[in-house]
Design a protein around this ligand. Structure first.
Ligand code: NI
Length: 176
């Protein structure tokens, strides 16, 4: 089922999500299907369970090509449950981010450049990856949602936060 994505200001986006105990439960299976369907419907790069009002530690992300981020390299489509993120060094880099919970907005957000993440997928199989660049950025953004954090809370220079069509007039037709 395609859900309406909660928008910033909704108190449910500020809660800390709880770990999934059974990936095969009917509730979890339905949640994963709904997250995927909703992410695709909105052409998101990723989506976290709290964004559809479910306080569980589940995120989905990945695409081969994404109209919201036309320059971005592909990321394997992934269901990541109970994620743990470990930055591999102190290095951070700035990059543009958007979020389906802030339609039409973009901001420059510092993120760890390189990290390792672990968790389990929808079959209960372990995931253990070392990633960098946009892949690392997307994982950090999505997992922040599980701790009640939205990307504007990470912005250091609020002058680099605004409406997508104003910041990037040549891409104004991009589907938000
Ligand atoms: Ni988001």
């Amino acid at each position: 089922m395609i859900h309406q994505v909660l928008r910033m200001g909704d108190e449910r986006l500020l809660r800390t999500a709880v770990a999934v105990e059974d990936v095969h439960s009917a509730e979890t299976v339905e949640l994963i299907a709904d997250l995927k369907e909703t992410m695709h419907a909105y052409k998101g790069a990723g989506l976290a369970a709290p964004q559809i009002g479910m306080g569980l530690r589940v995120v989905v992300f990945g695409f081969s090509r994404n109209s919201r981020y036309p320059e971005a390299p592909s990321i394997p489509e992934t269901v990541l449950i109970n994620p743990v993120l470990m930055p591999l060094d102190e290095e951070m880099e700035d990059g543009w981010e958007g979020c389906l919970s802030l339609p039409g907005m973009r901001g420059i957000v510092p993120r760890y450049t390189k990290l390792r993440y672990t968790g389990i997928d929808e079959n209960g199989t372990g995931i253990d990856r070392v990633v960098s660049g946009f892949h690392a950025r997307v994982v950090q953004h999505e997992c922040d949602h599980l701790d009640g954090l939205l990307y504007p809370m990470r912005i250091r220079d609020m002058r680099r936060f605004g409406f997508h069509d104003v910041l990037f007039p040549s891409q104004a037709d991009i589907d938000e």
